[in-house]
Design a protein around this ligand. Structure first.
Ligand code: HEM
Length: 501
């Protein structure tokens, strides 16, 4: 932390008596009971055994992805009337406010890895709404590396450590990407300077997936959500990010905490893109394909809210490490679309929470909804909320319970077809938006050069065959781009200056 971040001081009246975990006062927590000045220890020393045994169990599994992160609390406020497209309770009425929690993260690195690594960033929010917790589990990029969810664990393995050397491995990294071209649009984001944001405060968040906003009459729209930073986007270049990895590997964590501590509360403005089912059916891009964006020129952004982060956690482990976000934590009026990656995520997050935090993870205070009543969930490890007392554990005819009606959509999304088990094919369409991004980078002086340099600095560590396959992939995006990457990368390999192109 910064120099002037004083440790908290407590009043004399706040002096508790130290006890063992059963509440028994202990005279000296640093002394073990022993026989004589140099004698062995006693099994009766509950305090010592309790202390050691608890310490032995301090670690819980880190998140399998997004292990390194930081978070804070805040408040969401509706800024614009969007009652024509949604009846979601949290979005009803300009000025309506909802408490929330965020957690930002890097993806591939372990819990101690540098914040400034080149990586997408996680952008997770939990809204504590009157109708349940609504989680937005977003990234800072509008697209993703894949559209076949079975590829996710495989892809993630290639971004992590080599199973033999335990090192990050450029050959594995590019071997996957150069043979899965649907990823190239996301790779364009990752290796531009957007892959190294200046801080969590200076990046946007995107749903990436298409969701459905349904209405009580069963009609719905497809939507994508965008959270735009009010601080302005700001990035590091590769050299700055690399330098910071060594000098202050917790920079993003520190920046967020200190900004909120000094009252410089960061905020984001929220927008929605909306397509009716009829529009989606005629749209050029498959709205269930996570590797594509909806161009803003065709589907404009509509503002609806703003959130501000205004409170740091009191305890990182309790409130941020134990936070459990899931795209399946939805509220009436919000539903998943048929995007296969989203559908898989609906399973994966609560599943990993049960593994990481336990079957009663929703009872951990930071995950508790404002109100919940599901007495068919009983018992289990670490059940601490009273376990619904004497309430019947089945829908008893002696215990009236109200049920909220939800009308399923009658039109659209009537799925039929043969069972298929083949990957979505890569077509020429998969390079179009990637090339569009290459052109956008060209509008800011130096950005295309940075992109080529960022790729070549990483790709030069890969096996020759993998490098060649990667040049071919970028040639399909844009012939000039492929040639420039090849020249710069081979120059890095050989130590010769890149050919002029
Ligand atoms: C974290 C799975 C794709 C955003 C995680 C975690 C898992 C996971 C297991 C760890 C959660 C925890 O331990 O609490 C998957 C699978 C995916 C997928 C199976 C695809 C099939 C995505 C996509 C996005 C995303 C497309 C963004 C659009 C996040 C975020 C976190 C996360 C933000 C961190 C949540 C937090 O801060 O606790 N993912 N993920 N993931 N994922 Fe995914």
């Amino acid at each position: 932390m910064g120099q002037d971040n004083e440790p908290k001081t407590y009043r004399d009246s706040e002096t508790p008596v130290y006890t063992a975990s059963n509440g028994c006062p202990v005279m000296d927590p640093q002394a073990a009971q022993r026989v004589g000045p140099n004698g062995p220890l006693l099994l009766q020393d509950f305090h010592l055994i309790d202390l050691l045994a608890h310490f032995d169990r301090e670690r819980i599994p880190e998140r399998v992805v997004h292990a390194k992160g930081a978070g804070a609390y805040g408040e969401f406020e509706v800024t614009d009337n969007i009652s024509d497209i949604t009846t979601i309770d949290m979005l009803k009425g300009v000025g309506k406010k909802t408490k929330m929690l965020t957690r930002f993260s890097t993806v591939g690195g372990e819990k101690g890895s540098p914040d400034s690594a080149r990586d997408p960033r996680g952008f997770a929010i939990k809204f504590y709404t009157e109708e349940g917790n609504w989680d937005w589990v977003f990234n800072n990029t509008p697209v993703f590396f894949l559209r076949d969810p079975a590829k996710f664990p495989i892809f993630i393995h290639t971004q992590k450590r080599n199973p033999q050397t335990n090192l990050k491995d450029a050959t594995m990294f590019w071997d996957y990407l150069s043979t899965h071209h649907e990823a190239v649009h996301q790779v364009m984001h990752l290796f531009s300077d957007r892959g190294t944001p200046y801080s969590y405060r200076h990046m946007n968040g995107y749903s990436g997936h298409t969701y459905k906003w349904t209405k009580p009459d069963g009609t719905f729209n497809y939507v994508q959500i965008h959270c735009k930073t009010d601080q302005g986007t700001k990035t590091f270049n590769n050299d700055e990010a690399t330098k910071l990895s060594a000098e202050n590997s917790d920079w993003h964590t520190q920046d967020l905490f200190e900004a909120i501590q000094r009252g410089d509360n960061p905020s984001w403005t929220c927008y929605v893109q909306v397509l009716s089912p009829e529009q989606a059916e005629k749209f050029r891009w498959n709205v269930f394909d996570l590797t594509k964006v909806w161009p803003h020129s065709e589907v404009p952004l509509r503002r609806f809210g703003r959130f501000t982060l205004n409170k740091n956690p009191e305890n990182y482990f309790a409130e941020i490490e134990q936070a459990a976000f899931s795209p399946s934590h939805m509220v009436p009026g919000a539903e998943p679309s048929a995007d296969p990656v989203l559908q898989s995520r609906l399973f994966s997050y609560p599943d990993t929470h049960r593994h990481r935090l336990g079957g009663n993870y929703e009872q951990i205070p930071v995950n508790c909804p404002l109100k919940a009543f599901n007495p068919t969930h009983r018992d289990g490890p670490m059940n601490v909320n009273g376990n619904y007392g004497a309430n019947p554990n089945y829908p008893s005819t002696f215990r009236p319970i109200a049920y909220k009606p939800v009308k399923a959509s009658q039109e659209h999304e009537k799925w039929t077809g043969a069972v298929l088990a083949e990957q979505y094919p890569v077509t020429s369409e998969d390079y179009v938006q990637a090339n569009g991004l290459w052109q956008v980078l060209g509008r800011t002086p130096g950005q295309q050069e940075s992109f080529v340099s960022n790729i070549s600095g990483h790709l030069c560590g890969a096996h020759e065959r993998v490098r060649k396959a990667t040049y071919e992939m970028f040639r399909r995006v844009n012939a000039d781009l492929g040639a420039r990457i090849q020249s710069a990368t081979e120059a890095n390999v050989s130590g010769a200056p890149p050919a002029r192109l």
